[in-house]
Design a protein around this ligand. Structure first.
Ligand code: HEM
Length: 507
């Protein structure tokens, strides 16, 4: 009794000092006990991975902050195999079948998106919705992205590409070495501004970014910061205090400006002289019609979703064509045979070139525009992925860079071999690539939430690459674009793609 009284006396003598000591001890014990639990009794303990990653989210979050997450996850797969515990509650898969088991139709009914956040309190774009709401929005936009709608975009798309080629012809007369990547981004913005926002950004014409485009760069950084902050669960609001305010403001400005443009487009209504996304969307009436807020946030999403990945693929493909002149020659020969009586490269005839398709796919394999993973959370009853029972509430993803570039799935993985995408019975298909797990290559994802713009993206990429490859010769001048040294946040943080570009010499 007297010793308790003594302790109390000591405590009361320095109440704050002792309280701080007690809190410190309690917090430390909590972290120690939790760390021990995570490496002993946690349901994911049977999955391989570094102990530090099993204990804490910090290594993954720091890797994300450095822009090296996809590369670091690839290193982990090299060391630990096709399924790795990359965080206390997160697994990365590169197994055949994992796409279907995580993102396919049946899986989408059970697994929820994880780590996506709401951009506006009153309305969400289709990317962040689920269930009925997602299906309703997706079907409202489906006609606007149908094959027919894409074909109807041909004149607009061709005009933008003609403009680019004409501007580049002028450019190469003045200087031969320049950042081709910048031009690809100019073009991607011009096309998508026209199609989704009824806006002429005129980046190619003015040879500089529209001020709006600069905002989007801030958006990408802000989204990456929020995604990493969310990994810390209840600590996320505290971490958000350190979010770069300027970047968050970029998000808000982009939303406001997209909303303004949508309202201007809606005021025009069903204009027979225009044929853009809204031409189709406005045909949805009654229950099928979207609210104004939904239209506004989706317009903001399209600009983001359609430009960065697309210009990344264009840059990746031009980089490989510059590195591999023999591939470029072969591609030109096939494109010229596809032209036929049109005597010009069009959206229709470039769609018929299997080698062009193969070149673009091989570029996306080696240089995926979304190199990280799109996360989903397993339901309370757990879930089976690639035949493996996964516990409830586990965050799962296929990390694209690792899945597409490790020998688990592809032969001669470091080599640029477009022929691996030709049909199995094609005489030029290398025999050692017949065992490639091509179903692991899903840069547009699979299932009901895959990329709605996949058809449009291929049509754009094929026309642009075909026209560029037939008009210009190019050479890589330095190692500034070395693909493994790059960083990636939500999308790639692409360095300049400096090429020496000359008018093509036709022999
Ligand atoms: C090479 C170019 C592109 C790539 C690699 C790509 C890739 C993807 C991927 C992987 C997703 C799934 C995202 C997730 O599950 O979180 C996605 C979704 C989406 N993409 Fe693309 N994309 C490209 C171009 C485009 C274009 C041109 C558009 C058109 C405007 C577009 C619009 C969208 C939209 C709206 C979604 C959300 C779909 C939904 O939630 O139902 N993308 N994209």
């Amino acid at each position: 009794m007297s010793s308790i009284a003594k302790l109390l006396e000591q405590f009361l003598a320095h109440p704050f000092k002792n309280l701080a000591a007690i809190i410190t001890a309690a917090v430390t014990s909590f972290f120690v006990v939790r760390a021990i639990y995570r490496v002993t009794f946690h349901p994911l303990v049977r999955f391989p991975g570094p102990k530090l990653r099993a204990i804490s989210h910090l290594p993954h979050a720091f890797s994300g902050e450095r822009g090296r997450q996809p590369y670091d996850v690839r290193e982990l797969h090299k060391k630990y195999g096709p399924v790795v515990r990359i965080c206390p509650n997160q697994l990365s898969f590169i197994t055949p079948g994992s796409w279907e088991d995580i993102h396919g139709h049946a899986a989408t009914k059970k697994l929820l998106k994880y780590g996506y956040f709401k951009v506006r309190p009153d309305a969400q774009p289709m990317l962040t919705t689920s269930g009925e709401e997602h299906s309703r929005q997706r079907s409202a936009f489906a006609h606007g992205f149908s094959q027919r709608a894409i074909s109807e975009q041909s004149p607009t798309l061709t005009a933008h590409v003609d403009n680019l080629i004409a501007m580049l012809e002028q450019k190469v007369k003045q200087e031969s070495v320049f950042d081709v990547g910048e031009w690809m981004r100019f073009l991607a913005f011009d096309i998508i501004g026209d199609f989704t926002l009824n806006t002429q950004f005129e980046c190619v014409k003015n040879q500089r970014y529209h001020p709006w485009v600069a905002l989007l760069m801030k958006w990408f950084r802000a989204v990456s910061f929020v995604t990493n902050a969310n990994a810390f669960g209840q600590l996320a609001p505290f971490i958000m205090l350190f979010a770069p305010v300027e970047h968050l403001k970029g998000v808000k400005d982009h939303l406001d400006m997209s909303a303004q443009k949508v309202r201007e487009r809606l005021a025009i209504g069903d204009d027979p002289t225009r044929n853009d996304l809204w031409t189709y969307l406005l045909r949805n009436k009654g229950d099928k019609a979207l609210s104004l807020g939904e239209m506004e946030v989706n317009a903001a999403l399209f600009i983001i979703a359609a430009t960065e990945p697309l210009s990344d693929v264009l840059c990746g493909t031009l980089y490989f064509l510059a590195l591999y002149p023999e591939v470029r020659e072969k591609l030109r020969a096939e494109l010229e045979s596809c032209m036929g009586s049109d005597d010009a490269l069009t959206m229709a005839n470039t769609a018929r070139s299997p080698y062009l398709h193969a070149v673009i796919n091989e570029s996306m394999r080696m240089y995926p525009p979304i190199p990280g993973g799109m996360r989903r959370k397993t339901p309370p009853q757990g879930h089976t992925i690639s035949g493996i029972e996964i516990p409830p509430d586990t965050v799962v993803a296929v990390y694209q860079l690792a899945a597409f570039t490790l020998p688990n799935n592809f032969a001669r993985t470091d080599q640029f071999i477009p022929e691996r995408w030709l049909p199995a019975d094609h005489p030029e298909r290398p025999k050692d690539t017949l065992g490639d797990h091509q179903d692991v290559f899903q840069p547009f994802s699979v299932g009901p939430k895959n990329c709605i713009g996949k058809g449009l993206a291929y049509a754009e990429m094929k026309l642009i690459i075909a026209r560029f490859a037939c008009a210009f010769d190019c050479k890589v001048v330095d190692d500034g674009f070395a693909i493994d040294k790059q960083t990636a946040y939500l999308f790639r943080d692409r360095p300049p793609l400096k090429l020496e570009v000359k008018m093509r010499k036709v022999s």
